[in-house]
Design a protein around this ligand. Structure first.
Ligand code: ATP
Ligand code: MG
Length: 329
């Protein structure tokens, strides 16, 4: 069975961009693949973060994933820092990673602008991501468009390591991307992708009132200044969300009423808010149950880390042996 690895940072709340772009697909994939899903807290400490709340954000992210349908009976769900082999492999791969490639990463170029003095972790982040994937020799990595470049670098790192230490064998197989249908959910500002760190999100655990409060002022087609101005649904983020969350006949009505200026943006948003909140209701009910049993969540993570570690240890043993490093007994 092909193996899949994917991760999510506990850098904020699980939002509908993560859910529609990644997690829904994870839930689907766990039915037919050998899946490892990881809350990547070591990634989330890149740059400035709040140490006091990281543990609770990691816990909340786990609750969100379980509530959204990640099933620990089917997939291995674990926290990255509980498997120290991630950091160990990162160092080993660091030795074959070209600096120029790291500097070329779009995300590095974007993120580095936020710092006066750029922490090395912001640059080296994709090496840790490569380690996450290669540690489990994953065949496939479901990613949004934002991560395709990093995955390409993972492949490059695997090639270089194999060429240097593999003795003609692909000890670290090159993973392939598995692009999801909803590739890139835009944020409520309509300017950038929905992202935990940008504050343009709707969280999956938000109440119908909170969802409405966020959707109400959200960006739409700027041509629709008043209700009488016709719009172009294809360029509107609200329409894009309708396509993912509303039934096909509603989507058709939305497009017709927008083009024909038959209703205002608020009417359109109201329908979306109702459909979104209805879709989130069962997730929120499950989250409530999990929040009431935190020991159960810790148990799931403990078990997941132990299972992940069994695989990780074997890869580290192999990699260290090839690199001529001594092994502990
Ligand atoms: P951060 O702002 O901290 O980077 P994020 O919201 O981008 O957070 P990640 O933890 O980086 O979330 O990514 C988790 C998963 O969600 C990845 O598979 C990523 O490709 C996917 N993802 C993130 N944002 C979106 C989005 N707006 N649309 C579709 N998929 C997304
Ligand atoms: Mg991100």
């Amino acid at each position: 069975m092909s193996r899949i690895f994917s991760g999510i940072q506990p850098s904020g709340e699980l939002h509908i961009g993560n859910w529609l772009g990644a997690v829904q697909n994870w839930v689907h994939l766990q039915q037919s693949y050998d899946c490892l899903f990881c809350v990547v807290d070591l990634h989330a400490i890149t740059g400035k973060y709040d140490a006091a709340s990281l543990a609770s954000r990691t816990h909340d992210m786990t609750v969100g994933l379980l509530a959204a349908g990640v099933d620990p009976e089917k997939a291995i769900l674990f926290v990255q820092s509980q498997v120290p082999e991630h950091a160990e492999l990162q160092w080993l791969l660091n030795t074959v990673t070209p600096l120029g490639e790291l500097e070329r990463m779009t995300q590095f170029k974007d993120k580095s602008q936020r710092y006066e003095s750029i922490p090395a972790g912001v640059l080296n982040y994709p090496i840790l991501m490569a380690a996450d994937i290669l540690l489990y020799k994953a065949d496939l990595v479901p990613v949004g468009e934002d991560q395709v470049q990093h995955l390409e670098l993972t492949r490059e790192i695997a090639r270089r390591w194999n060429a240097e230490f593999g003795n003609g064998q692909d000890i670290l197989p090159e993973p392939k991307p598995l692009l999801t249908e909803a590739k890139r959910i835009m944020g409520l500002d309509g300017q950038a992708k929905m992202s935990k760190s940008l504050g343009n999100t709707i969280g999956i655990l938000e109440s119908p009132e909170a969802v409405w409060a966020k959707l109400r002022p959200a960006m739409t087609d700027p041509a629709r200044v008043t209700k009488k101005d016709p719009g172009t649904p294809e360029i509107c983020n609200i329409y894009a969300l309708h396509k993912l969350l509303s039934p096909p006949d509603t989507v058709a009505t939305v497009a017709k009423n927008c083009r024909g200026a038959l209703w205002g943006c608020l009417d359109c948003k109201r329908v979306l808010a109702d459909n979104l909140s209805a879709a989130l209701a069962p997730i929120q009910a499950r989250a409530k149950e999990l929040q009431a049993t935190p020991h159960r969540v810790s148990e799931i993570l403990g078990d997941g880390a132990a299972r992940a570690r069994r695989i990780a240890r074997e890869t580290i043993r192999e990699v260290k042996e090839r690199m001529g490093l001594s092994q502990s007994t």
